[in-house]
Design a protein around this ligand. Structure first.
Ligand code: 5AD
Ligand code: SF4
Length: 462
């Protein structure tokens, strides 16, 4: 056993966060200890994201900065992992500009981390081991999860959708689902350890199970997970509108545990753009889905992802997106400037028919102001209501404030009472103020042990 220290820097989505937990688990098993600061780490892993150019620039900038640490401490080891490693250009770039990197591995072989670290010690050169495609799903890897009551569980890896702007099918490979019993066992063990708020993960969780024999679906899985004692809130991310079935909507509506936050990335409100994005649904089909969700789950909180400035997007196309946002009235939207990803079809169209940068930015600003106004109005509707809030910790900005979330994923800030510890508890909170990105509230009762999303919290008598 060694007693070396490690630090993992993670960029990108929750799948990457989860991969980092698995890397950390393997390192802990090898005797490594985690540290909170790269300066005192003997091993640094940069887990990269490739979804947009800006994410890549951040990771490359960080890798560049680490050269100084490596110069000061040549025995420090630096590894680059994640989606960028899977891209053909990255290795050539690292060899040319970041020779201080010791190891590059990808998204398909993180289970080989111990062996790869061994190879680094045997080699004088950068060790590069990136698999082009994924092998079988590897079960029973150790993992080091965050403390608390929230845990993330992979259910499906990869994506077969090939939206024309997206790099993920190339970096994460084809869809591979885990078997229901493996997932159930993992969630049972987590519940026994006290994890109560479980999120199942995949690039497209709605296509979960189609590749299994016999085929199953996300609703079947959630029904099984719901039976597990100790699981209180069940979430899933990320969804694709095309595969979001009526069976799933009905399952959520009837469930005692599946939360009422429905994230449905629309990407654009214009049919010609949706077609060129290869999203495989029309604006009308999407709006019909939203209507069905709202009908079955009246208190659903809807959120979305939108890309602005896809190649060839006209003012009319963009107005169709604005109009859709006005119609759906999302509680929140993640809005992105289109970023060309090498090797994707849309990147070729960007060469011929780009939306000029200033136009892209101006559209993004218009969309954000519209969405912020709607988010604020939606949050204002909650003033005076009592919501169950899972208190996650102290506010980063103010240790006298608790920060928590409703099951619909709204952030709630609460003045802390130093006499009680409510962290990791589900607490009734009366909402007192609404802002665009968060609510404030006050605790109006004792923590509850049955925080079902379907539970209506009684308004306290004033
Ligand atoms: N440019 C901009 N945004 C993108 N996304 C995915 N690929 C790109 C790209 N090339 C956005 C989509 C997706 C979210 C995770 O990232 O909106 O839903
Ligand atoms: Fe990318 Fe589309 Fe797959 Fe989502 S569904 S990961 S946007 S290809």
């Amino acid at each position: 056993m060694n007693s070396q220290t490690f630090y993992i820097k993670t960029y990108g989505c929750q799948m990457n966060e989860r991969d980092s937990e698995i890397m950390a688990g393997q390192l802990r098993q090898m005797g490594y200890q985690p540290v909170n600061d790269e300066k005192s780490a003997e091993l640094i892993i940069v887990n990269t994201c490739a979804v947009r150019g800006s994410a890549e620039e951040h990771a490359l900038g960080y890798i560049g900065q680490l050269k100084q640490l490596k110069d000061q401490n040549p025995s420090m080891r630096l590894a680059v992992a994640g989606c960028m490693s899977q891209e053909p250009g990255t290795i050539a770039w690292l060899k040319k500009h970041a020779a201080h990197v010791d190891l590059v591995f990808g998204t398909h072989n993180l289970h080989e981390l111990p062996k790869l670290l061994d190879e680094v010690e045997q080699s004088d050169e950068m060790v590069i081991d990136v698999w082009k495609s994924a092998g079988e799903v590897v079960e029973h890897l150790p993992s080091q999860r965050a403390d608390g009551v929230q845990a993330f569980v992979n259910i499906i890896y990869g994506c077969d959708k090939f939206c024309t702007y997206c790099i993920v099918p190339f970096t994460r490979g084809k869809e591979r689902s885990r078997e229901i019993p493996a997932i159930v066992n993992e969630v049972k063990a987590l519940a026994q350890e006290g994890y109560q708020d479980i999120t199942v993960l995949g690039q497209n969780v709605n296509s979960y199970g189609h590749d299994l024999n016999p085929a199953v679906d996300l609703a079947d899985l959630l029904v099984e997970l719901e039976k597990i004692d100790g699981v209180r809130w069940l979430r899933y991310t990320t969804s694709h509108p095309r595969d979001f079935s009526q069976k799933l909507i009905d399952t959520i509506a009837q469930s005692q545990k599946i939360t009422h936050h429905v994230h449905l990335p629309v990407q654009s409100g214009s049919n010609p753009i949706l077609k060129r994005m290869n999203r495989k649904y029309t604006r009308e089909q999407y709006l019909d889905l939203i209507e069905r969700v709202k009908r079955a789950i009246p208190d659903a909180v809807l959120t979305t992802d939108i890309i602005v400035g896809f190649p060839g997007e006209t003012e009319e196309d963009f107005e169709a997106t604005m109009d859709l946002v006005r119609q759906v009235r999302y509680d929140a939207a993640f809005t992105f400037l289109y970023s060309p990803r090498e090797g994707t079809p849309a990147a070729r169209w960007e060469g011929r028919d780009p939306v000029p940068n200033p136009v892209k930015k101006e559209r993004l600003n218009r969309l954000m102001s519209l969405q912020y106004q709607i988010s604020l109005e939606a949050n204002q509707q909650l003033i005076g209501r009592t919501e169950l809030v899972l208190i996650e910790g102290l506010s980063k900005k103010n240790p006298n404030v608790w920060a928590g979330r409703t099951h619909t994923n709204k952030v709630v800030l609460i003045d802390r009472d130093p006499a009680v510890d409510l962290i990791d508890r589900f607490v009734p909170v009366r909402i007192t103020q609404a802002k665009t990105f968060y609510l404030t509230g006050e605790v109006v009762g004792a923590p509850v042990s049955d925080p079902s999303p379907r539970r209506r919290v009684e308004l306290p008598l004033v």
